[in-house]
Structure formats: structure tokens, C-alpha cells
Design a protein around this ligand. Structure first.
Ligand SMILES: Cc1cc2nc3c(=O)[nH]c(=O)nc-3n(C[C@H](O)[C@H](O)[C@H](O)COP(=O)(O)O)c2cc1C
Length: 205
């Protein structure tokens, strides 16, 4: 789970084309494996958590699965009805054409109804400095007013790019936490930033 088979070329950088004190003290006595279980109970509490992610080469999937392992709840992948090519350059070409024409690629159906959740974690790779058009289209279809929304990106050097501003614009009623950007060009080497982030934003103790 630490690294996923990646389709992107192996280059170092993208170049541009509440209430859980008892559970926690018990966890302290039981060791790290039990602590993870207690952490999960703590994080979920009465909150219903949904982790949503889009991925092309596997990095955002790896981060999303780590977050799901830590928080519990449900996890679902945003998958385009028409899959992107396996080849990097062909994917870049298609993504560029979609951005330039403003297309929102349709997603496969069967996603959980976000209205049923209190906390939504949304993650995606940065494409051309922003969220992929398929994620953009999905976000435009959602109203996450009143929900806690934790946003992460995987990237090859752009960090969050413009994507967090985009998310804020599309979900003005959501309570956006501090976002997380994970370097993921050629795979995610270190998933520890995910648990640190979840603790920082109060979703994990
Ligand atoms: C079409 C496309 C466009 C990309 N554009 C950017 C970009 O603008 N900035 C950046 O830092 N990385 C960019 N990347 C690299 C990815 O964001 C990075 O490798 C990410 O970790 C991939 O996540 P994934 O494995 O979940 O697909 C791009 C990758 C692709 C395929």
C-alpha cells in the first residue's frame, strides 16, 4: 500500500507540460496497533466520514486509502466513464483538450450520497495547476454546505496549485480545513504526512 504501480514516467519532478479520552488512554496502554483502532473510533465518533478520490497513476489512491485506514468510514473513487489512456503523454493531451474546451468528463455512477456524511475528504492529483476537469464537474454537482471538508492533492511540484481556491469557490458553504499537498510524482514515498495532517485538523487524535 505504500507504493502503487505507477504509469507516469519516473522523473523526480513534474516539469509542466470529539469525546474520546477514555479510548485514547486505553490505546496508550495497549500499544500502537490498538492505538490505531482507538484513533479510528475517535475520528469516526458520531461523525460519518466519506473519503473521495480521483487518481490516474495511483498516488492519490494511496493517500486516500491511508486516510480511510486511519479514519474509517466509507471510501469511493471518482472514475471517469471513459478511462484515461495508460500513456502519460496521451493523458496530458486529453486533459489539456478537456481544460481548453471546458469539458467535464462524466463519472461512473454509484457514488455514495455525500449528503449522508458529516466529514468529506476529497483528494486528487494536480493537473495543469488545478483539479482535473472530472473532479471540477463533480464538485459543481455537489452542495457540501455545513460539512467539514478536508482537501488533499498529490502533485509533482505545484503543491495545491489553484485547486483549493477552486474548491472554496465551488463549495462556499463548506467548512474547509487546512488542505494537504503530498508530493506524488512517480509514487508517494512517505504517507506519514497524512496522519500528521489529520491530527492537525482535528480529525484524528
Ligand atoms: C495530465 C497531467 C497533468 C499534470 N499536471 C501537473 C501540474 O500542473 N503540476 C504538478 O505538480 N503535477 C502535475 N502532474 C503530475 C501529478 O499531479 C502527480 O504525478 C500526482 O502525484 C499524480 O497523482 P495520481 O498518481 O493519483 O494520478 C500532472 C500529471 C498528469 C497526468
Amino acid at each position: 500500500m505504500r507504493s502503487s504501480p505507477l504509469k507516469s514516467p519516473d522523473r523526480r519532478r513534474w516539469l509542466g507540460a470529539a469525546g474520546c479520552a477514555a479510548a485514547l488512554s486505553a490505546a496508550g496502554a495497549l500499544g500502537s496497533r490498538a492505538a490505531t483502532a482507538a484513533d479510528r473510533a475517535c475520528a469516526s465518533g458520531s461523525s460519518r466520514v466519506l473519503v473521495l478520490y480521483f487518481t490516474w497513476a495511483g498516488s492519490a489512491k494511496a493517500v486516500a486509502e491511508e486516510i480511510h485506514r486511519l479514519l474509517g468510514g466509507d471510501i469511493a473513487r471518482l472514475e471517469p466513464q471513459e478511462p484515461y489512456p495508460a500513456e502519460y503523454c496521451a493523458t496530458v493531451d486529453r486533459a489539456k483538450a478537456e481544460r481548453e474546451s471546458g469539458v467535464r468528463p462524466a463519472l461512473k455512477s454509484g457514488l455514495p450520497d455525500a449528503a449522508r456524511y458529516d466529514v468529506i475528504v476529497i483528494g486528487h492529483p494536480i493537473w495543469s495547476g488545478d483539479m482535473p476537469q472530472a473532479v471540477l464537474g463533480f464538485m459543481e454537482s455537489q452542495d457540501w454546505t455545513g460539512k467539514t471538508v478536508a482537501h488533499f492533492t498529490t502533485h509533482g511540484g505545484s503543491g495545491l496549485g489553484r485547486s483549493h481556491d477552486t474548491l472554496r469557490r465551488l463549495q462556499p458553504g463548506a467548512r474547509l480545513t487546512e488542505p494537504l499537498a503530498v508530493y506524488g510524482w512517480g509514487g508517494v514515498r512517505d504517507l506519514s504526512s497524512a496522519s500528521k495532517w489529520l491530527r492537525r485538523i482535528g480529525l484524528l487524535r
